[in-house]
Design a protein around this ligand. Sequence first.
Ligand SMILES: [Mg+2]
Length: 388
Amino acid sequence: MTVTTPPNTIHQVSNINTTFTIRSLRCGIIEHPIIPERVVFSCAGRHDRSRYLIVAMESNEGVIGYGEAACVPIWSGETAVTAAQLLDDIIMPALVGQSFASPEMLCDELDRILIDNPFLKGAVDAAAWDLVGKTHQIPVSDLIGDREPVKHIPTRASIGAHDLQHTVALAQEFRAMGIRVLKFKTGLDTESDARRLAAVREALGNDPILTVDYNGGLPTAPIAIDAINALLPFDVSIVEQPTPRHRLAMMAQVRQHVDIPILADESIFNRAQLEEAVACQAMDILSLYPGKNGGLTRSWQMAQQAQAAGIPCVIGSNLETEVGQAAMSCLAASHSAFPVDRYACDLLSAMYYENNILTPIRPVHQGCYVVPTGPGLGIDVQWKTPSA
Ligand SMILES: [Mg+2]
């Protein structure tokens, strides 16, 4: 691979013409239930089914790319229905029939015509990358990467705020699947959080890496500092989003008073928020993913930004299915801002969904997600799209 383009241009391969013309855009709502015993609930609510929007973008050459909008209203304010409506009313009229020099240009246009709604934009952007990659029969990770894409990405498992017994049972189940990093949803009851982690350490010993995710559930800095310090005996490696999403300064204050690295998730959707978080030193690690950031393009740009500030990145998730996960893994595999052997990513689909109606589930192998290597985003989507 020859890298000749400037570092802020996502497209890294100079001899590929990424221009495409959109002949049609179609979408449909797809619902996948979560395996009941593994339902994730936390300070951010209960996630027991995924009602997401699938977007199919067809080029003038008849190539079709796919993307997924993992809409969770309590998390992003988007639903599959609002996403479908905005696609119909705003995005289709503006994009269909138009040519773009690259998916980056398309992303700029999306931001020009519609504010916010990052998960919807992320689906359209991913579909464009899938389309461009398939057109040239090249994996997107080869198009955008600054390193040889890794083949396996260690994944975390996410364990909801279940009771003690269920928490330990799930931790044992996931550990038996080879998953070493276990993330616990905390903050609903800080006293029981400590008991849950103690029980997991007792059952599984020192081997698993334990992380916690408060989903912004600790309302003040003193409460957050006390809650986090209470977890010190259990050797917790990462504390994710302890304080509310719009309270960056509070998270920075907490970070100064605890010894466990802080991972920022809900506080940082976009480049402006990342800039502010870097300026106030609010985090040690950054969670990125195409849905939250408004596209693979934007996540890539933010990964560059974080890397320049010396902040490593991980992939977070809204329990994307295989389609969304393909775009997430493509970025993590190919960009050096993601030290995947040091920090596991949330590539969770195989653990939470029994099956997928669009494409086979990629099983977890020795605790790792196996990165797709085919053209585009690398997965074969079988979907009879609704007519335009
Ligand atoms: Mg999180």
